[in-house]
Design a protein around this ligand. Structure first.
Ligand SMILES: Nc1ncnc2c1ncn2[C@@H]1O[C@H](COP(=O)(O)OP(=O)(O)OP(=O)(O)O)[C@@H](O)[C@H]1O
Length: 605
């Protein structure tokens, strides 16, 4: 059992990197582009970046000077046993090492500042971008996965910026500096020191070729896992009602396992780097000691001090190489993260097609659909839709699930653009009206009222931020919500949470109606609640809605026919087409589908 446990961590599935590698190759250009783009963020912090580079330069030179002086001390004072000058050289050494530490401290200090500024901007940009993207963008993606971009991916960029930029500069400088000093001391020993480099490069290549795609996979898997967790947390109600806990846990386990697997391989392979480095270090150290010793004994111009300098430089020399490849790995993982952030930033914004659209300052709410067709993807969902909603009229949509009721609303609110035909508001083509001005005249009372973690007062005020407390109370009264609010211990100051727990489904609806009242919209969209609401509350909702609809063009997604009998127009949809339209009386007289539906629901009731 124990042995099994011990070897368990090694029983990871092998990961096929071929597909990831080809993907990696395809994206190579993107990687370069992404690095360039990160660089533009860096150069926005010119002054600090300059200071960092200056400190890196100073620390590198001082780092080279230390071993050099120790070597000289051995040759000049220790081997020859003369003490004069040794003291002052040692004082110099102390000063050099102290300054070396100080310059390293400063470069890190400034770099942390730069990194924080950059991730602050990135976070700000991506969050702002989220609010400028069309609804279709969010419809197509898992929300937790998107959230992962703001958190994990940006974190990743942050970590890399903190470490990599300095490391890369200092590694390159140290490499160049070491080679120059080594060559000036002993070209033969320089060659000896460098013999291990080809092996090192080959080993690093082997490693990075594998870790690069693995890091990308790891970020992706992490995003998926986060998406799943977000869905499971926000969907707890549904999961529990349908007793789907086991299935969700199993789904989580699969994703968790996948992430564990990629994480294991990414870190294991990356972990070879220091081992290979150490081994090669010892090899090169032995070679220097051995060949340097021979050169010293046979008097080839190599001193003990020079051997010591080389031994120290050999270490210094492989370290930057190691760090470069290490940083390269970390850089790849950050580039993967940054790429996912930039992908969001590069998405077309909702207003991108609004160049020749104009704001509407007011509207009568007169909609005309003329032979309108629309599909989310290639497949057409709505076909040949024609109807008119005159100012102040109420239009109700009925039809089976998936018939296209919500889709028509999506076109009315311009969450999506219609494809063919003609859709106008007050005679103006919908595509010529800016979305923000259109929506500023619209009010929504949706099935699942979205509340924010704030007081009831602020939740109602969300409909019009400038509303006074009196207006909030008036709106609540109009919405029949005032009484229940006053019965809560903290009244209007009761803090709700996102799911609105603490108040009932019907009360949530009343708050949503109050929110719509306060914004005084000309156009209303009502999505009837299907859930069971007690009859008294339902009556209150119905009353409030009728009051709200007065004088406003209203679109109602109806699930029960008894609530829409007063509607000016009822449109029966089937498979994205209008099957019947007219008012309640007319449709009953037609004795068509509406009539049948009505009979059916009457019987059920
Ligand atoms: N964002 C979307 N992307 C792709 N297809 C979608 C999208 N939203 C809806 N659909 C498809 O469009 C069709 C019409 O959906 P719609 O939501 O308009 O129906 P509905 O009549 O409102 O149904 P319900 O009463 O269930 O809300 C369905 O086949 C649905 O699968």
């Amino acid at each position: 059992m124990l042995i099994k446990e011990l070897i368990r961590p090694f029983q990871y599935e092998k990961i096929d990197l071929t597909s990831a590698e080809t993907q990696n190759k395809k994206r190579a250009k993107d990687t370069r582009g992404t690095i360039k783009r990160i660089w533009t963020y860096l150069t926005a912090e010119k002054a600090k970046l300059f200071l960092v580079i200056l400190m890196v330069l100073i620390s590198t030179v001082l780092g080279l000077l230390g071993p050099y002086l120790i070597g000289r001390a051995i040759d000049l004072y220790i081997v020859t046993e003369t003490n004069t000058g040794l003291k002052s050289l040692l004082i110099w050494l102390v000063f050099i090492y102290l300054s070396h530490s100080l310059s390293i401290f400063l470069q890190n200090f400034w770099m942390v500042g730069i990194a924080q500024n950059i991730v602050y901007r990135l976070r700000e940009q991506i969050f702002h971008q989220f609010h400028r993207l069309p609804i279709s963008y969010f419809d197509k993606r898992q929300h937790g996965e998107l959230m992962s971009r703001v958190t994990n991916d940006i974190d990743n960029v942050n970590n890399t910026l903190n470490q990599s930029v300095i490391q890369i500069f200092s590694s390159v400088l140290t490499l160049v500096g070491t080679i120059v000093v080594m060559l000036s001391l002993s070209p033969i020993l320089t060659v000896v020191t460098m013999t291990t480099i080809p092996i090192l490069i080959l080993a690093m290549r082997w490693i990075t070729k594998r870790t690069g795609p693995l890091y990308k996979m790891q970020q992706k898997d992490l995003g998926e896992l986060n998406g799943f967790v977000e869905e499971s947390v926000s969907g707890q109600h549904v999961i529990k009602t349908y007793s789907q806990e086991d299935r969700v846990i199993q789904g989580f386990d699969e994703r968790n396992k996948k992430l564990q697997n990629t994480g294991f391989w990414a870190l294991t392979i990356a972990g070879f780097i220091p081992k290979v480095m150490n081994m090669l270090n010892y090899v090169s150290f032995s070679l220097i000691a051995f060949i340097g010793g021979i050169l010293y004994i046979y008097d080839f111009g190599v001193t003990v001090g020079v051997i010591v300098i080389f031994a120290e430089y050999a270490r210094q020399f492989t370290r930057p190489l190691n760090e470069l490849s290490n940083q390269f790995n970390i850089l790849l993982s950050a580039v993967a993260g940054a790429e996912r952030v930039f992908l969001v930033l590069d998405e077309e914004q909702e207003e991108s097609d609004e160049n020749d659209a104009t704001d509407i300052t007011e509207t009568n709410g007169h909609f005309v659909f003329c032979d309108v067709s629309f599909g989310y993807e290639k497949e057409l969902i709505l076909q040949g839709i024609s109807f008119e909603a005159k100012p102040g009229e109420s239009v109700a949509f009925v039809g089976h699930t998936g018939a296209g009721k919500s889709t028509i609303i999506n076109l009315i609110a311009r969450f999506y653009n219609y494809d063919k035909g003609n859709l106008t508001l007050d005679g103006i083509d919908m595509k010529q009206i800016t979305r923000s001005s259109l929506r500023s005249h619209m009010g929504f009372v949706l099935q699942d009222a979205i509340l924010f973690h704030d007081t009831i007062r602020e939740n109602i005020r969300y409909g019009k931020l400038a509303a006074t407390d009196e207006e909030v109370i008036q709106a609540a009264k109009d919405a029949n919500a005032h009484d229940f609010i006053m019965r809560l211990p903290n009244g209007y100051d009761t803090v709700l949470d996102q799911s609105g727990s603490g108040i009932s489904q019907g009360q949530k609806q009343l708050l949503a109606i109050a929110r719509a009242f306060i914004s005084k919209p000309s156009i209303l969209v009502l999505d009837e609640a299907t859930s069971n609401i007690d009859t008294i509350t339902e009556l209150k909702i119905q009353q409030a809605l009728e009051r709200l609809m007065e004088g406003r063009t209203s679109f109602i997604i109806a699930h029960r026919l008894n609530t829409i009998q007063q509607a000016d127009k009822i449109i029966l949809l089937e498979n994205g087409k209008i099957k019947e339209q007219g008012n309640h009386k007319e449709l009953l007289a037609q004795k068509g589908d509406y009539y049948n539906l009505h009979q059916q629901q009457a019987q059920e009731a």
